[in-house]
Structures are given as structure tokens and as C-alpha cells.
Design a protein around this ligand. Structure first.
Ligand SMILES: Nc1ncnc2c1ncn2[C@@H]1O[C@H](COP(=O)(O)OP(=O)(O)OP(=O)(O)O)[C@@H](O)[C@H]1O
Ligand SMILES: [Mg+2]
Ligand SMILES: [Zn+2]
Length: 550
């Protein structure tokens, strides 16, 4: 007997045998039980998930002379003929090669005749989306008022190409991609009954390649055993199907998470020298990081197309990475996919992307730094307008040598008829009407000294507001307003302060400062809540504000 390929040999013959499409089969069985069959059905869904199989079972169940409602006997004349494809009452038409108006006209001629020996004339039109517009129009008339002895079953992988006028006259069923675990289970059954020796991981490899299609899984299995015979080893599968070893994918994701550029380059080298498709590897890597993210976000296994023995390792890596990092890695992978697709140097591009992924941790810090800066900036503008400065200002001009200096409580006011503290306060009041934001920033800055036309004020405010007047325009503005107000050629001098108790309340989490640190460094540490290591290292998002001294 000629060899029958597994996919055909294992075609489901009753609804019960159809895997992963319960929502379809249950509804159909119920329709039989309640005697409420539609006159036209449309089955849509990806390749190899059971559309044609279900169409044939449905046809058999409609015309079966034995059996129970919705359960074809598969023994009667009609059932056997339909299985063999020789039934005169059940016609399978390939929409791709019979797509014109003439074929549909012929069909319309034929449906007038009564079925020869069964209750129904049934037309199964596969790939129905391939019909021409004219053919669809001709079909529409028939669908509107079909003779009671006629049933239509349409199947398509591209339902969106079927006109709505047709869709709305059919009962529509969406077939789903079959979950990995179900495919594994089914091909395990097939191999067991066919006497094929294969490991669990081998089955997983094949099922993984099938991408939700049962037919693909069975065809791949065929392909493998035609090479190895009934004893299949994992390495054969990897070799024949060009599947990238799962371990390599796990090694790759681990290397990325460890930030090991060296390891990543080695893996790319390995992939390349094995002759694997680099784009295929890239796709697998994306799947891997997607699975890692899903492991964290929704540990519900249903969402995960993974193999049993992988879930522990997946969890471990996912926890190591954390969801933020995984999201960034995935975004980068998605963003760069195009680069790899378009390039004529895929290996180089892959290496570059892998290196970028490894360095993502470093880039992340920057991104977080920017976010931090942004939020501080926002805080600053709202502080300036709404609240009094929160903290003592300590951001000094980097050029100024730092000398601890305690500011006097009261300004030393020039006795020679210069501007005194009261004058300054009056000026601040005046400033309120001119520039409220400026007042909010500088109102607590100490007036240090006045003499003649010179006004010296100390920097205050928060780390950020203390830099407020470093902006030449603002400084100029203040000077102008001062001259306006005092009607003299006032010179303003801003002196950096280093006293903690000046100019406002302490920030709530402020830690005692190390007295030997130069102010710019201290400020940077304060702002980013960092810690000082051998060189200045910045650690964002760290609640603890610790500092180790060298
Ligand atoms: N849901 C399923 N349960 C069990 N076996 C299935 C299922 N879907 C597909 N198969 C297997 O795959 C083979 C092909 O399935 P079928 O022809 O029904 O797919 P299809 O959805 O019509 O695909 P296509 O869109 O490519 O025509 C079947 O003979 C069977 O061996
Ligand atoms: Mg089909
Ligand atoms: Zn029958």
C-alpha cells in the first residue's frame, strides 16, 4: 500500500477528534441536535487548523444515513464516499482554480437538481476569497434564496477578502491557531500509534516549529521520519528542520541579561556557522523575550507558548531581568527588526543589535536620569509658582572654591545710606507684582551685604532653584527691576552658600553631608540620590541615599 502522509491519515473523522476548535464543533453538534442547520457556513482561520476537516465532517453528518445527530457513522455509503471524495452529492470546489463567473453559473445550474441519494447537495468551496467579484455576485443570488436541499460550506484563510454581502448570509466560524501543548499532545499520540520513537523535547521542537498548525506539525514529523526512520533523535530534528536549538536561545537571552557582549558575539558566531537563518534566530529571540515578559506579567501558562521543562528557567531569567528591562529589550528588538530584514550584512547587524541589547542597562540609566531631570524640572516650576523653596540650596558654581561660610541672620546693612533690609523687603514686594515666580525663588535668599549701589545676596532654595539666577537673562531682569525700583545703578552680586540651614527647610530625606566633598559633587549626589564609588557613579531610583567614601 502506498504510504499515506500522516496529515491525511490522521484527518479527524468526527467532531470529537477535532482538536482546539471546541467553540466550533460544540455549536455544530448542537445545531444538529436542535435541527437548526444553517444553509451556508463560512470557516475562516489559519492554515492547517481543521477547516476542511470540519467541513467534511459537517457534510457527512448532514448526509449520514446511520449515526446520531451530529455524529457521522463513517460507515454508510454516503460517509465512505465523502471520505473518499467520490460523492456526487458533496462537491469540493477549489475556489482558487474555479474562481470565475462561468464556474459559479454552472454551479447555479446544478443546484436545481435534487441530490441523488442523500438529503442534501453540499458544496464545499475552499479558498473562497479567491473568487472574482462577478463570481461572488452570481453566488449572492443563490445564497439569498437557496433551495432547501442545498448547503454551502465555505472555507478561507483570508476572511477579510470575502465581501460582507456574502459574510452576512453565512454562519461564520473563526478557527483558531492550535495551542502548542495541544499540538504536542496530538503528535505524541500519533507517534505512539505509529510506533515512532521520539523524545518529549523532540516533540516540542517539532510542535514549536508548526506555529499553531496541526498539519504543519504532522508534515514536519513526516519529513523527519523519512530521514531518520522510526527512531528519531533530537539532533536529527534540529539538523533537518534547521531549528535553532532551544538551549542556544536560552543562552542568548541569558547573555543579554548578563550584559555579556563576548558571549553574545560567540552565540551569533555559532548560529552563523551552523548555517541557521539569522532572521529566524532573531524571531526566536523576540519570542523568547516576549515569553519572559509574559512570565512576569501574566504567569498564566495559556498565554505562553512554551514547553513544560522550560518554564523554570524562563521564570528565573524573567525575575533576574525585571519587567522594565524586558520591555526595553523587546522595544529595541522590535524597532531594529527592520534593520535586520533589509540588510545584506545580517550577521553584522545582528551583532550590533546584540551589543546594544547588552548595553541596554547603561542606556537605561541615562534614560532614567533624563526622566528624573524632567520630573525635577517640573517640580521646580511648580515649586517656583506655588510653594516656598523646600530645601537649602547648595548648587555652587563649579568654578568657585568651596569654603564653608555661615550666613548671618540679618544682613549687614550699609550704614552709609545704602539699601537696607527693609528696602530689600520692599523691593521683593514690588517684585511680586512684576515677576511672582522670581520672588518665590529668591525671597528666602539671604541678603548678605550692601554697600553703595552693590547688593550681595546668597544663593538659597533647592538644589535646582539655587541655579535660578545663573541664567543670564533672569539675572539681567532682576538687575533691571532693582534699578527701576531703587532708581540707582544697582549692581547685584550672587554669592554661593554652603550652609545647610539657610534659606528654607531641609528636605525631608536629606542625609548628613560629608564635609569634605566639593559642592558640585555633593550636589550631583544629592540630585540623583547617588553614591560615590571609586569614580563618580550615579545610581538612579535608589531610595537609599548612601555614600561610601574612598
Ligand atoms: N483541529 C485539528 N484537530 C486534529 N487534526 C487537525 C486539526 N486541524 C488540522 N489537523 C490535521 O491537519 C490536516 C489538515 O487539516 P485541514 O485540511 O482541516 O486544515 P485546513 O484548516 O483546511 O487548512 P488549509 O487552510 O490549509 O486548507 C488534517 O488532515 C489533520 O491531520
Ligand atoms: Mg483546507
Ligand atoms: Zn454515515
Amino acid at each position: 500500500m502506498a504510504y499515506e502522509v500522516l496529515a491525511r491519515k490522521w484527518r479527524p473523522q468526527v467532531f470529537e477528534d477535532v482538536i482546539g476548535q471546541d467553540h466550533v464543533t460544540r455549536t455544530l453538534i448542537n445545531a444538529f441536535k436542535m435541527d437548526r442547520l444553517a444553509h451556508a457556513y463560512l470557516f475562516s482561520g489559519p492554515r492547517g487548523v481543521g477547516k476542511t476537516s470540519v467541513a467534511r465532517i459537517l457534510a457527512k453528518a448532514m448526509n449520514c444515513k446511520g449515526g446520531k445527530p451530529g455524529i457521522p457513522c463513517n460507515r454508510c455509503h454516503s460517509c465512505v464516499e465523502i471520505t473518499q471524495g467520490s460523492s456526487v452529492d458533496v462537491q469540493e470546489i477549489d475556489g482558487a482554480s474555479n474562481r470565475g463567473i462561468d464556474e459559479i453559473r454552472e454551479l447555479r445550474e446544478n443546484i436545481r437538481y435534487m441530490p441523488s441519494s442523500s438529503p442534501f447537495r453540499i458544496y464545499i468551496i475552499d479558498e473562497v476569497h479567491m473568487l472574482t467579484m462577478q463570481a461572488f455576485n452570481a453566488l449572492l443570488k443563490t445564497l439569498e434564496e437557496p433551495p432547501t436541499h442545498v448547503k454551502f460550506i465555505f472555507a478561507t484563510t483570508e476572511a477579510h477578502k470575502v465581501p460582507v454581502t456574502i459574510l452576512s448570509r453565512c454562519q461564520k466560524f473563526d478557527f483558531k491557531r492550535i495551542p502548542l501543548q495541544m499540538i504536542i499532545k496530538q503528535i505524541e499520540k500519533v507517534t505512539r500509534e505509529e510506533g515512532i520513537e521520539i523524545s518529549k523535547s523532540g516533540l516540542s521542537l517539532i510542535a514549536g516549529e508548526a506555529d499553531g498548525s496541526m498539519r504543519d506539525a504532522q508534515s514536519l514529523l513526516d519529513q523527519v521520519i523519512s530521514y531518520t526512520g522510526l527512531k528519531v533523535e533530537d539532533r536529527h530534528i534540529i539538523e533537518i528542520l534547521g531549528i535553532i536549538d532551544r538551549r542556544l536561545i536560552f543562552e542568548a537571552s541569558q547573555a543579554v541579561l548578563d550584559g555579556s557582549v563576548k558571549k553574545c558575539v560567540q552565540i551569533v558566531e555559532q548560529i552563523y556557522s551552523f548555517g541557521y537563518d539569522l532572521k529566524e534566530f532573531y524571531r526566536a529571540l523576540m519570542d523568547q523575550f516576549r515569553n519572559l515578559l509574559v512570565t512576569l506579567a501574566a504567569p498564566d501558562e495559556v498565554l505562553l507558548d512554551i514547553i513544560d521543562n522550560e518554564s523554570d528557567e524562563l521564570k528565573r531569567q524573567a525575575l533576574q531581568a525585571g519587567s522594565e528591562k524586558l520591555q526595553h529589550i523587546l522595544s529595541l528588538l522590535i524597532a531594529r527588526e527592520e534593520n535586520l530584514r533589509m540588510t545584506s550584512h545580517p550577521r553584522l547587524v545582528l551583532e550590533i543589535i546584540m551589543v546594544k541589547l547588552c548595553r541596554l542597562g547603561e542606556y537605561l540609566s541615562f534614560e532614567q536620569l533624563f526622566q528624573k531631570l524632567e520630573s525635577l524640572e517640573k517640580k521646580l516650576s511648580s515649586t517656583a509658582l506655588v510653594e516656598a523653596p523646600m530645601a537649602a540650596g547648595r548648587l555652587s558654581d563649579p568654578g568657585t572654591g568651596w569654603q564653608p561660610k555661615s550666613a548671618p541672620d540679618l544682613p549687614s546693612v550699609d550704614s552709609s545710606g545704602g539699601i537696607n533690609k527693609k528696602d530689600w523687603e520692599r523691593f521683593l514686594e514690588f517684585l511680586t507684582s512684576k515677576n511672582p515666580a522670581m520672588v518665590h525663588v529668591i525671597k528666602d535668599w539671604p541678603l548678605l551685604h550692601t554697600s553703595g549701589d552693590l547688593i550681595e545676596i546668597g544663593k538659597g532654595g533647592t538644589q535646582f532653584t539655587s541655579a535660578y539666577l545663573d541664567e543670564p537673562e533672569r539675572f539681567q531682569k532682576l538687575t533691571e527691576l532693582c534699578r527701576d525700583f531703587f532708581k540707582r545703578d544697582v549692581q547685584i552680586k550672587i554669592t554661593p552658600q554652603r550652609d545647610h540651614d539657610m534659606g528654607g527647610n531641609k528636605p525631608p530625606q536629606a542625609k548628613p553631608k560629608h564635609s569634605n566633598l566639593p559642592p558640585p559633587i555633593q550636589d550631583v549626589l544629592d540630585i540623583f540620590q547617588g553614591e560615590l564609588k571609586g569614580e563618580i557613579a550615579v545610581k538612579p531610583n535608589q531610595g537609599e541615599n548612601t555614600r561610601r567614601d574612598e
